[in-house]
Structures are given as C-alpha cells and as structure tokens.
Ligand binder design. Sequence first.
Ligand SMILES: Cc1cc2nc3c(=O)[nH]c(=O)nc-3n(C[C@H](O)[C@H](O)[C@H](O)COP(=O)(O)O)c2cc1C
Length: 175
Amino acid sequence: MSGIILCQSKYGASKKYAEWISQETGFKIVETKKADIKDVEKYDTVILGGGVYASAIAGISFLKKNIDALKGKKIAVFCCGAAPYDDEILDILKKKNMKDKLAGIPCFYYQGMWDLEGMKFGDKTICKMYVKMLSRKDPSEVKAWERPFLEAKDKKCDWTDKKYIEPLVKMIKEE
Ligand SMILES: Cc1cc2nc3c(=O)[nH]c(=O)nc-3n(C[C@H](O)[C@H](O)[C@H](O)COP(=O)(O)O)c2cc1C
C-alpha cells in the first residue's frame, strides 16, 4: 500500500499529527502548498491534514481542485483546532469545508495548540477579539467547546496527543 500525507500547518500541531501518522504508516509528508497533483496521484492513499483557522481547514482547496484526479483512491482528511473534540464542531467543519464531491470523505478532528503570544500579528488580533467576544457572553451560553479558549487566554497550551490518530490509522490499514 502506498500513500502520501499532505499537510498545511501554521503553528505546528497539524505537522505533529502528520509526523505521528507518518511514523505509523510509513507515508511521506509533503506541504500541501508545494504538492503537485502529478506526484500525489501516484499513491493509493491520500491523507490531507491542516489547521483550522476561523472554521476553514488549511489546504482543503487542494482536494476541491483535484478531487476528480483522485477518484478511486482512499482519501482521509484530518484537521486540528484549539477546541476540544465535539460532534457539533465536526459537523460545522464538514458543512463548511467538505461540500459536494468531498462530502463522503472521512474527516477526523484533533485538538491542537494555542499560543496567543506566539501568533502572527493578524492572527493574534483575530484571536484576541474572539476571546473578548466569548468573555462577554453570558456564562450559561458559553458552549463546552468554547470554554478552553476562555481558560487558555494568553496561556500557552498544547493538547496534542498521539492517541487521537488511532481511528484514522486503523482505517488506513484496513481493507
Ligand atoms: C486566526 C486563527 C483562527 C483560529 N480559528 C479557530 C477555530 O475556528 N476553531 C478552533 O478550534 N481553533 C481555531 N484556532 C486555533 C488553531 O486551530 C490551533 O492553534 C491549531 O493548533 C492550528 O493548527 P496548526 O498548529 O497546525 O497551525 C485559530 C487560530 C488562529 C491563529
């Protein structure tokens, strides 16, 4: 079985998950931005992973653009956000990122990292505004998956855990 992992990561969490998946499968990792479909279509399995920024999965446009060329291949997507796993989050992400021809592709969500002070200027501004907006909410209206943003604020957090990749790796190794 041959396979490739495409990954787009700004702050390192998706890259860490890609490396763990690579350790378990032996697949090489290529940065999605630098991926060439002529190379990618040589593999039986394609895994695409990326960070979640304002509910958008980084690099998903590569799949949208090339989905016809990848017909018949085993494809899986993983994405990495700061919020803890929640069915509602996965549902929102799937609706926003995996419409039409991407709709049936398995999508896995992993918790990543949060480091407000280490963020690039524009990202920091957006995230500070988001935390401020959450802190103004009535506490009873703050959803369980929004709470870690309030608790983290400017604390550096790393929620990555290798165990999260198990279902994806199992799926890839099956069949
Ligand atoms: C501009 C920006 C927007 C973000 N939006 C979300 C979001 O919508 N949901 C979420 O769970 N995390 C969000 N995060 C947190 C990132 O998903 C988290 O830091 C993750 O680890 C990013 O992946 P990476 O480390 O591979 O870059 C956001 C972070 C930034 C900088």
